[in-house]
Design a protein around this ligand. Structure first.
Ligand code: SAH
Ligand code: SF4
Ligand code: F3S
Length: 455
């Protein structure tokens, strides 16, 4: 039952935060709140934060500066505003946020979202500042309200024909550069029955494509309906069985957990989309060792061969870090070589960012900023050439597109190809939420243009 009170949620970071923001919003909606995109009309402001790189974490404080102004202006009008910091920065720096930012009323870590609505109301009614960054025993997913048939309208963040579903959380891999094991806790897989039920709720609200999420989603080993641990491949098959659901994706995968049954699913499960995000981080064995990635370059290459043998047209995507402490020019050249040899459809690349509390931050041999920037520019140049090449390879083909939102130009709609490329075509709004074959006429650096053909 939507009410007049409003909640504003701003999300940084990975898809898991997008999913969490959706659950947080829905939990406040169940108490009569309506989502808004205007923070100045919100009784409750929630900032869902990311700690992965320094830049991401710094954004928190600049955002909070804006909210302080809004809170002051609203107070002058006699209006109450409760500012909450959630997400990975909340988990990592809860006490510091409280000390540095008096505007914040509540700090809450990702494992406590089932208590978020109640904590917001307590902060309001008791006029107290609260921090909850414990790792609770109870399963937050069991306690959060069910997915209602009404998706929260958060344009740009939530594509209603396509939804995220977190199936696994946390990480025990402890790569030496990474904060996630500290901010998200130990790896935990949700049970299959719970996930199939939630997937059904999403399908009931019109979702046609579900992306299964986890920091190491392919390490999924949740309890199956037979009481035994199921692999991600089995979970995908179970979810793909839901009538009305057309597409399944998963992300992010770790090379170490890319099992044979998951690779086979790319051959055998028609609803599993031909797209794989498989970060390799660095092209040198020495750096991979220092990163504690637990695999070699050669193992990665052989894995890609196997995956391509199962599904030759698969679009490969990856994450790469440049300038890890001690990375030499020759070692960086090995990263370029690996990219050249494999050929990626998509990639995300980053300058190494030293994170407090991680082992790599203590290595003395940090790479200067300018050097990192130069390496990143070289790498991104190569990667964008590869993306363009992949996109150009689609011209002339007819490919199925799930249309998700109106385009910027009138009369245009935008959807996704099986390879996750945005595809623009002339179409009507009533075609959103459906899949149509599209003949691709043009390829841009980041998207495709085409014409809808009769289904
Ligand atoms: N679980 C995923 C990664 C999640 S974090 C995996 O293991 O592949 C997303 C990406 O951020 C990582 O793949 C990595 O490329 C990048 N990243 C993480 N920590 C970083 C750091 N300290 N500096 C720069 N990039 C980082
Ligand atoms: Fe971070 Fe490594 Fe875990 Fe990925 S696998 S979340 S990079 S520690
Ligand atoms: Fe960022 Fe936390 Fe995701 S640190 S990348 S929001 S798991």
């Amino acid at each position: 039952m939507p009410g007049t009170k409003k909640v504003f949620v701003k999300t940084f970071g990975c898809q898991m935060n997008v999913y969490d923001s959706e659950r947080i919003t829905e939990s406040l909606m169940s108490y009569g709140y309506t989502p808004t995109e205007q923070p100045d009309e919100a009784e409750v402001i929630i900032l869902n934060t990311c700690h992965i790189r320094e830049k991401a974490a710094e954004k928190v404080y600049s955002e909070l500066g804006r909210y302080r102004q809004i809170k002051d202006e609203r107070r002058d009008q006699g209006l109450l505003t409760t500012v909450t910091v959630a997400g990975c920065v909340a988990q990592a720096e809860g006490a510091e946020i409280m000390a540095r930012s008096p505007v914040v009323d509540l700090v809450i870590g990702p494992q406590s979202y089932h208590r978020l609505a109640e904590m917001v109301f307590r902060a309001q009614s008791e006029s107290r500042r609260l921090v909850d960054t414990n790792f609770p025993e109870v399963d937050k997913f069991q306690t959060l309200p069910k997915r209602s048939p009404e998706a929260p309208p958060l344009p740009g963040q939530i594509r209603s024909a396509s939804a995220f579903l977190t199936v696994q959380e946390g990480c025990d891999k402890f790569c030496t550069f990474c904060v996630v094991p500290y901010t998200r806790g130990m790896e935990y897989s949700r049970p299959v029955d719970q996930l199939v039920a939630e997937a059904q709720e999403l399908v009931d609200r019109g979702v046609r494509e579900i992306t299964l999420l986890g920091q190491n989603v392919n390490a999924y080993h949740g309890e199956g309906s037979d009481g035994k641990p199921w692999s991600l491949a089995r979970l995908i098959d179970a979810i793909a069985e839901l009538p009305g659901l057309d597409r399944v994706r998963y992300t992010t995968s770790h090379p170490k957990d890319m099992s044979d049954d998951l690779i086979a699913a790319h051959r055998n499960q028609p609803k599993l989309m031909p797209y794989l995000h498989l970060p390799f981080q660095a092209g040198s064995d020495r750096i991979l060792g220092a990163m504690n990635r637990k695999h070699t370059v050669d193992e990665y290459r052989r894995l890609i061969d196997k995956i391509r043998a199962a599904r030759s047209d698969i679009a490969l995507s990856t994450d790469i870090i440049v300038g890890f402490p001690g990375e030499t020019a020759a070692e960086f050249a090995e990263t370029l070589k690996l990219v050249e040899d494999i050929g990626f459809a998509q990639a995300f690349s980053f300058k190494y960012s030293a994170r407090p509390g991680t082992p790599a931050a203590k290595i003395v041999d940090q790479i200067p900023e300018e050097e990192k920037a130069q390496r990143l520019a070289l790498l991104q140049n190569l990667l964008s050439t590869q993306t363009s090449r992949f996109n150009e390879g689609c011209v002339g083909r007819v490919i199925p597109v799930l249309f998700e939102r109106p385009g910027r130009n009138d009369g245009q709609i935008v959807g996704r190809s099986p390879y996750l490329q945005p595809v623009h075509a002339s179409g009507m709004l009533d075609q959103l939420g459906q899949i149509f074959p599209v003949e691709i006429s043009h390829a841009g650096p980041n998207s495709l243009l085409g014409v809808i053909r009769a289904a």
